[in-house]
Design a protein around this ligand. Structure first.
Ligand SMILES: [Fe+2]
Length: 453
């Protein structure tokens, strides 16, 4: 069921809100940013915040970190402080977080993250908009780490999520979907945000793990069309934000990452006038596009996880005069924040180096164990296997960062890569050669024309 809600922003303009029943409701909404003005948005995703109260640095937590995918969970608080520091400098009009706000949906993590977001809004005057990801709601994996043990921690229900993040989108929504935690918000008169909840958490308890796949119900698709009509009637552009990918971003990983029945979702978004989507979930920086026969095009900008190296976010600039949007990535200023706040933690002061080494070493170590246990590689020396494993680590790093265009050449020039070229065929070799022969495109910048196809 479609519900239209009053919202209050700054100068007044008459807006006609049309409900599903066709009735018109006239309100005097006040936009913070009037028509004809530019808008800047900082886009980030997969913050995977873990509350300090839920971890020590004991054996259980360290083991969890080592078995993970490179999230810097021990520095969640510092990362959000650094993000707040960057926002204070860059002063975007809005900030978007496209899901997986927390490590595994811990209630304490949600509450602490909401405090950070409140502080950011207070200190910088920006507006934060969030949606849940597959890790955030009713997650059976919510844990507290203490010494050598893990303990089950409280997670949150969908209602609790909405309450905790009421100030970060929900309280100022133009419309809310009755079938999910999706909502439509208007940070400016010209550019609206369709914040889509694609996570499926209903079966998590039964499954015993958070469901990886995401979807959009037929009721929500109908609601999206109503949002599109409302925006069109008010001359506003819509940017969509969702946790799961709209388009495929990887030849290696697709199942569970691209939203279910994506053809239907693509059609609905295109019919609703949406040309740009921001997603998360896959943790790699990748821009995909789909073009219809009539020339209409939609982009899905998958952002790399803020919590994982290279700890970057996106910056979107909407130009009213040119009717364009320009997207680019920027590195989180962890080192600058650490220096400015007088930190003495060497890891923070040299965070890029620290996190990069950590990330590369983790995947290289895993590849090395795999290679050294494989009889097909018995003829290789230890140094050769290490050089080959390092290539896998470097390629993973490039893959996550979305920098293949600029960084692949250096890897291809290594002795480790040469060894891979003549290595016995198999899983890892296909991965290495596949990674370096992928279509090389720019995943860190995008220019979108809002007029025409
Ligand atoms: Fe994630």
């Amino acid at each position: 069921m479609l519900s239209i809600r009053k919202f209050a922003i700054i100068p007044s303009l008459l807006l006609i809100l049309t409900s599903c029943s066709g009735q018109e409701e006239r309100q005097q909404p006040q936009y913070r940013i009037e028509s004809g003005h530019d808008l800047s948005i900082l886009t980030t995703t997969d913050t995977h915040y873990l509350a300090q109260s839920l971890r020590d640095f004991g054996p259980a937590f360290n083991q969890f970190l080592a078995a993970g995918d490179g999230k810097q969970l021990g520095y969640s608080r510092e990362m959000m402080d650094a993000l707040g520091y960057d926002i204070g400098i860059r002063r975007p009009d809005a900030v978007i977080i496209s899901g997986d706000l927390t490590n595994n949906g811990e209630q304490a993590s949600h509450k602490d993250l909401a405090k950070h977001l409140q502080q950011i809004e207070q200190d910088t005057g920006t507006r934060v908009y969030v949606i849940p990801g597959n890790h955030d709601i009713q997650n059976p994996w919510a844990r507290r780490f203490d010494g050598s043990r893990q303990y089950t921690a409280d997670s949150v229900t969908a209602e609790e999520f909405r309450t905790i993040y009421n100030n970060f989108g929900y309280s100022e929504a133009l419309l809310e979907d009755g079938d999910s935690l999706s909502y439509l918000a208007a940070p400016s008169e010209d550019l609206w945000l369709l914040m889509l909840d694609t996570a499926k958490y209903g079966d998590n308890k039964k499954l015993g793990h958070p469901q990886l796949e995401g979807g959009v119900s037929s009721a929500t698709l109908k609601w999206i069309r109503a949002c599109g009509e409302l925006a069109a009637a008010n001359g506003a552009h819509i940017v969509a934000v969702m946790h799961h990918s709209l388009l495929d971003h990887s030849e290696f990983i697709q199942e569970g990452f691209t939203v279910d029945d994506h053809g239907q979702v693509i059609d609905t978004l295109l019919q609703s006038g949406i040309r740009t989507v921001f997603s998360g979930h896959i943790h790699i920086q990748d821009i995909s596009q789909y073009q219809e026969e009539n020339g209409n095009r939609i982009y899905d900008i998958a952002g790399s996880a803020l919590s994982v190296f290279p700890h970057q976010y996106g910056l979107l600039k909407y130009s009213s005069a040119n009717q364009t949007m320009d997207y680019s990535t920027a590195a989180l200023g962890m080192e600058a924040w650490a220096a400015a706040t007088g930190s003495t933690d060497e890891n923070l002061l040299g965070f890029k180096k620290y996190s990069e080494a950590n990330f590369r070493k983790r995947s290289a170590t895993r590849s090395y164990s795999r290679l050294s246990a494989d009889p097909a590689y018995a003829g290789y020396s230890d140094a050769e296997l290490m050089a080959m494993a390092d290539v896998v680590g470097r390629l993973n790093e490039i893959y996550f960062a979305g920098t293949a265009r600029t960084d692949n050449a250096a890897v291809i020039a290594t002795e480790g890569y040469r060894l891979w070229q003549s290595a016995p065929s198999g899983g890892l070799r296909s991965y290495v050669l596949g990674m370096t022969s992928r279509e090389v495109k720019d995943n860190q910048q995008l220019h979108v024309e809002l007029q025409g196809p």
